[in-house]
Write a protein that binds this ligand. Structure first.
Ligand code: AVI
Length: 320
């Protein structure tokens, strides 16, 4: 039996669910339309956003040690990447493998066909002989389908602290899915933002130029454009908070006055009380004990944690 909401897109359904909840929320995956992708590229270059720079530093400094365990198997292998994006960080590893004449195939996974097409084109140009098999799918579906299941060993990359954007239950589900998609001996390289001075963390999500603010508000703009909403963006304030106890940096959009918003696409008018908020993102910071518990809890051993000089970020190498 079709439900009354069966005609709605995933986006519409999630917006309806999130904005009807007692504590309003919108899943952060909806930040990433064309404008959101561009804003995130800008964020990665912001002086306050240390995450990308630190992960670059780690991959560049330790590429040989990160790749040594998979290279030592002396077999052609699969380099699988969840959320490949523009692949800039991965190029460091790909470049090294090609220079060392190591045989591998690259399977970038991304929900955005656009991003994959651009990445494949860029890689073909830079590394003409490289075998690239893009997988356009959600992480969950791609991990269930395992298109790289060809008997060769795999190294799965989940970089950029993407794991931090899941809630605690989502983190567990994700690691479970990753484990289910791999064979014994396969490896995972997980990019993780570490707990640190709360001021530095907060600044990364509250930059001076206001790019992160625009990024956060973009989800309301998307609702206006795609679902016929009439959010007034200047009536909502970008508000990130960091809890040093849990390591959770949460972003909100806070209503600056009592107001109603009509969203034609879900046939709903929503009332916002002054100071009421919408939770839009979680960016969890871990300590190494939590990382160890997460890995071991899902049947992985930690081969090594690679850290930058200031110990801001970790690329944690796991073996199943
Ligand atoms: C993609 N993700 C790891 C980023 C983060 O740091 O949580 C998204 C982001 N949100 C605000 N700034 C960057």
């Amino acid at each position: 039996m079709p439900t009354t909401t069966s005609y709605l897109s995933h986006f519409a359904k999630d917006v309806l669910e999130g904005l009807s909840a007692k504590e309003k929320f919108i899943p952060s995956k909806y930040f990433y339309d064309k404008k959101g992708d561009r804003l995130f590229q800008q964020i990665m270059h912001l002086p306050e956003y240390y995450l990308t720079k630190k992960e670059f530093e780690i991959l560049d400094k330790f590429k040989d040690r990160i790749l040594a365990p998979i290279i030592q198997q002396e077999k052609e292998f699969n380099l699988v990447e969840l959320g490949a994006g523009d692949g800039l960080k991965t190029k460091i590893l790909i470049d090294f493998l090609i220079q060392e004449k190591i045989k591998f195939k690259y399977f970038p996974i991304d929900i955005s066909g656009n991003a994959l097409e651009e990445l494949s084109k860029a890689l073909k140009k830079e590394f003409p002989g490289l075998g690239v098999q893009p997988i356009e799918n959600s992480y969950g579906e791609a991990l269930k389908m395992k298109n790289w299941n060809n008997g060769s060993p795999s190294l799965l990359l989940f970089l950029g602290a993407n794991m931090g954007n899941f809630n605690p239950e989502g983190v567990d589900n994700m690691v479970q899915l990753i484990s289910g998609a791999l064979q014994a001996g396969d490896q995972v390289l997980m990019g993780i933002d570490l707990k640190k001075d709360p001021e530095l963390i907060l600044k990364a999500y509250h930059d001076k130029q206001g790019v992160t603010k625009t990024f956060n508000l973009n989800v309301l703009e998307r609702i206006n454009m795609e679902l016929g909403g009439d959010f007034k963006l200047d009536q909502f304030k970008h508000w990130p908070v960091y809890n040093p106890m849990t390591g959770e940096c949460k972003s909100y959009l806070v209503a600056m006055k009592n107001q109603t918003v009509h969203i034609e696409g879900i046939k709903k008018t929503i009332y916002f009380k002054k100071a009421e908020s919408i939770h839009t993102e979680i960016s969890k910071k871990f300590d190494l004990e939590e990382v160890m518990a997460l890995a071991q809890g899902h049947g992985f051993e930690i081969v090594k944690n690679f850290l930058d000089d200031q110990e801001f970020f970790a690329d944690s190498l796991w073996r199943k």
